[in-house]
Design a protein around this ligand. Sequence first.
Ligand SMILES: Nc1ncnc2c1ncn2[C@@H]1O[C@H](COP(=O)(O)OP(=O)(O)OP(=O)(O)O)[C@@H](O)[C@H]1O
Length: 849
Amino acid sequence: MKAIEHLYRFLKEDKSEKLTTSQIAAKIGLSRSVVSGYLAQLYKKQLVEKYGTRPVYWRIKEKPSAFSQIIGYNGSLKKAISALKQAILYPPNGLPILITGSSGTGKSLMAKKTYQEAVELGKVKNKGKFVTLNTADYANNPELLSSVLFGYKKGAFTGAEEDKLGLLDKADNGYLFLDEVHRLSKSDQEKLFSLFDNGTFYPLGEVNQPHKVNIKLIFATTENLDKYLLKTFLRRIPLHIVLPDFIDRPIIERIAIAIQCFKHEAVETQRRFLVPDELLVNLSSQSFPGNIGSLENKIKLICSQGYTTSPKKETIPIEYPSSHNYLVPIDSEFNITELLQMTNHLEDSLQNLQNELIEAISKDFPISDCKLIILRALRSLSHPLSTDMKESIGKDIGKIIKTTITDKYGLKLKLTQNEFKALIFAFSLASIQEHSLKHTNELKKLLEQNYPRSFYVYQQLLAKINPKVADSYYLWFLLLFADLIEKVEGINYTCILLAHGESTATSIQKIVNSLAGNYIFEAFDMPIDATVDNINKCVKEYLQIQKANDHGIILLFDMGSLNQMFVKIKHSSNKKLLVINNLTTASALDVAIRVQRGETFKEITEKAKNYGNYMGVQYFEGLSDKDNIIVSCLSGAGMSQAIKDIINKTLSTNKQIITMDYRKLRELIDNNDKSFFKNTQLIITTTDFNINLDLPLINIYNILDQKGFADLKNYLLNSGEKSKNVDNLLERFLKFLTIQGIKERLQFLNPNTVINEVQTVVAKYQTYYGVKFSGKIKLNLYMHLSLMIERILLSESKEKSNDIIFKNDKEKEFASISSTIFKPIEMKYNIKINKFEISLIFELLEDYL
Ligand SMILES: Nc1ncnc2c1ncn2[C@@H]1O[C@H](COP(=O)(O)OP(=O)(O)OP(=O)(O)O)[C@@H](O)[C@H]1O
């Protein structure tokens, strides 16, 4: 099979549905650029489609499905629909299906759509029909049910005056839907066995000549299966689908269903209904015993009341007892498809937005660009549904923003009317979101690291909104704060007010922050009997959240011993600290003005002497009094610590290895001179950045290149390190980076074990060919081989080998030596590395052999 066909088949078989070019490349073991070329070819031939921006996702382009009009197609019913599609396609004749679920959950609809889909897919031959039998209609007459289903021969019973075909004959070549199947008698269930087994059945009174038909069967019931259906009957139905109750579906689907019901009434009556948004939300929040069926009836009743009141009017307002409603106009033209698209793609769109934001913030895009990204995403989500909740939710949000952000933290929003509307829409989306998006923590972390003070205020706002899923609100942070961030983050000190009494501290805070027009102070009202420990706990928690702010802490308070307070807080933080035992509006305002002016800590401390008692400050003397190497990785403390451990384990150096938060390092570099780093010999990071301080910096990823490695080696050799240790260090770094790379992608192989095996393989290739691969090639090989072993183990690499022929001597030699090199792995895992895989490895190495 050609590689492009292999790629297409992979996409077809892949279940994840969301794959970027790089992910596809990694999964099938080809380079990104090759895969990108193949995808472009398939796209041109309209065999694949892409969606999303940055990143773009790829999937197989499918024909429009009969299921696509069902609400929940891409949501809560996605799995069920995908199973039904598989049942339709299963050779040779599809599979029998059982659909269960409470009354009115859509069992009949699903059965009918299954038939329509089978027709679309060409799986129904000779004009086969969809025949329904509701066994409940024959509840009191099982004999009649039997005769209707199986048909009968003349004379089979009294009154059987001629041969009669049953529904099983009528459904030949098509589908038979047996609703309420639990009412089928045990003997009728048994009679169906031969139909399942070989497509035959006997009409009543027939003993010699069975009828042979080609029928696909769908059964549905609301009842407990084990109680009514024979085990031997159930065993013959391989696919069992359970439909969720209305109330268990996502709210966005429930609203869409309610709108669909109103549209149905609009079509029936040829009227236009004006439906209050709150009524839609209210109807969608109820649990109905008859599920969608009951909702339909309820909405029919509501519309008929409206219709009776004004039968002549073309537009009928629906009454609802609430003052600030937005009316959603629903007529026969209402675009349900658009609504469906929105409900189907809402999560994808939000996920894409989140990915874009993470990328934009990581790459330091201007904040205004981030805001634009958000506004653009909201615009593309805009829909009649979007307006429905705006007004009512909007009023509440406006109030909460005023009491927290403006009154308490002195921050006035500068949003235009359009932006405010977008914000309200965004918050209404967040309020109905029921699950967090993937990787929300990454976005949260980035926001917190980059904009710690604004982030803190936003969290205070969220605490007031008290959302069910707070995570969904982080997408909208920059929309609210874009124009405030510079100002809020421009405050370099962490300033706290502490006072006894119910509202002493917070009322001073309100006055001072709003006069300053900025968030300068956080305030804590303490009970009269609060101990120093209570107070300290509260301050400590706050300082932890504010950790990125390194310039110093200023605390104004009115209680307890000054000295005790200073010592306690000093224990929680090693930053510069000024404690002022004199909290008045005037002293707080004076501090606020100086902080805003950007006065130095020293200047503010000098002035504080005039307020009364104050405590001295403590300065950093420098980073460390020992020779040191700083390790600081953008991706977090875990990675820095791991690198530190590797260095300590490998090198004989007695230098101190200091791991440091990446932002903190950048800040320290920006805010200090060379003397602060006087004992720092080297900085190891995972990104490149410019330092003016003349400190040597090595990006660990550059070590993979010859030059980067030579730089590090020179540095370490010059500082007295042994050459062997330096080589070892590279090998260990490589191993570490590989494990980082494959950890997420291996499903069941242990990365720490498999890495040792692939290291041996690569070493053998090097020895045999007498070459030394660069770090980068090795890393690539380690990753590729680890993933390959797992792929073969999972039998995902079968039968790709047939077309591979090793043409020239170089290839033949490579294939032969590879089979020797891989022998131990093949024996250990009981696998066979086939020709296809060998040819891929050859492609990777060809130029270096
Ligand atoms: N996912 C859906 N999207 C839109 N409408 C739906 C959906 N599921 C069901 N409906 C509508 O809900 C109503 C009830 O569905 P249906 O009759 O298929 O349910 P049922 O489970 O077969 O009910 P019962 O058990 O009472 O026979 C129908 O009008 C159907 O069109």
